[in-house]
Design a protein around this ligand. Structure first.
Ligand SMILES: Cc1ncc(COP(=O)(O)O)c(C=O)c1O
Length: 368
């Protein structure tokens, strides 16, 4: 369905794209991908970047590069998109799910500790903790890194939603062993399908790039001893990326402005993810909790009826038919968020569009 006002929208700057493509005329097209990787490396100050065809493939590669496979455990949030968890299953490992906390809506560190100590009692040390910076809000990385380092556990940062967000001045995605980004259509920066894996570790990077290009042995002919994947980014997507990267600050600031307008206009009726003095969210999506399930549904139906896209917050993984039997550590937060929360449109063509969304919601809330 096409909405008059979509949740997320980035226009293609056709002259800028044409300009980038013209600069590469006559050169090997792989150079565009290499240069996009270079621009990401410069932006993140992380030496190794592999541009790939999706955030999901970047997560898959991260797990493979860390040598995670059958019989291993990966601790991951239950309050996330399914693409965080599916790659854990692709490699034959087992996800153990942990609920979120009510401030940042990211992994609850008290429950994380509980999960790790319960696993340890059974002789299991997780191979990795997957951290998601949900809807663009940085997770509490200091506490999480301390827990992980104490146990020798790797951190994979699923920063698919939080490109440009930062924690203590460092970009999300740069704080763990491996970070991943998504540049799919609805993200703050899009390549119309794409992602990236970033790491300081040369070996992880080499392994990931090799697996992402069909695991071809370094021989003059095609020799393969390992199953690889066709995951590298296309040059056309990379050209889009080169146009978009310089706009990251403008994009983030615009989403943050949209969030602030909602926050000011709806403040007596809603709760939301809170930033603190050390975290900077890109406010990928403006997300709010309403008083209860019924009010949330009334707003949902009203917006959809008016051609305005809105979505429920993530249905937690432990409530998914696919993952309902996984081991899980709960505190009620993710279930409450699913019941009470909505994602509201987060990019507008003009201010009047957001005023219209606010008017509709406020009209309903004052009469509820
Ligand atoms: C938290 C999270 N992880 C992973 C992904 C997967 O990214 P992609 O759609 O580029 O495969 C997404 C986005 O869609 C996401 O929101």
């Amino acid at each position: 369905m096409t909405y008059r006002i979509p949740l997320s929208y980035n226009p293609i700057d056709v002259p800028a794209l044409t300009n980038v493509l013209t600069q590469y005329e006559g050169k090997h097209h792989n150079q565009i991908v290499t240069d996009f990787e270079g621009s990401l490396s410069e932006l993140t100050s992380i030496p190794h970047v592999i541009a790939v065809n999706s955030g999901t493939s970047a997560i898959h590669l991260a797990l493979l590069a860390l040598g995670i496979g059958k019989g291993d455990v990966v601790v991951a949030p239950t309050f996330t998109y399914v693409a965080t968890i599916n790659p854990i299953m692709y490699v034959g490992a087992t996800p153990v799910l942990v609920d979120c906390e009510s401030e940042s809506w990211n992994m609850d560190t008290v429950l994380l500790k509980e999960a790790i100590s319960s696993l340890k009692k059974r002789g299991i040390v997780p191979k990795a903790i997957m951290i998601v910076h949900t809807y663009g809000m940085p997770a509490k990385m200091d506490q999480i890194l301390e827990i992980a380092h104490g146990e020798g556990i790797s951190i994979i940062e699923d920063a698919a939603e939080s490109f440009g967000a930062s924690y203590k001045g460092k970009m999300t995605g740069t704080l763990g062993s491996i970070g991943i980004y998504s540049f799919n259509n609805n993200k703050v920066v899009t390549t119309y399908g794409g992602g990236a894996l970033i790491t300081k570790n040369e070996k992880f990077a080499e392994q990931a790039r090799w697996i992402a290009s069909q695991a071809r042995e370094s021989k003059p002919f095609y020799e393969h001893n390992t199953i690889g994947y066709n995951y590298l980014m296309s040059p056309l997507s990379a050209a889009m990326g080169l146009c978009e990267i310089p706009r990251i600050t403008v994009r983030n600031e615009s989403r943050r402005r949209v969030f602030t307008v909602y926050q000011n206009e709806l403040k007596s009726f809603v709760e939301f993810q809170t930033e603190n003095s050390i975290s900077y969210s890109n406010r990928w999506l403006s997300t709010f909790l309403f008083k209860n399930n019924d009010i949330k549904d009334l707003i949902f139906n009203l917006l959809i009826k008016n051609g305005i896209e809105t979505r429920y917050l993530w249905r937690p993984m432990h409530l998914q038919p696919l993952y309902g039997k996984m081991e899980v550590y709960l505190n009620g937060c993710s279930e409450e968020f699913f019941k009470k929360g909505l994602c509201l449109p987060s990019c507008f063509k003009n201010e009047e569009q957001q005023a219209e969304v606010v008017r509709l919601i406020n009209g309903l809330l004052v009469n509820a």
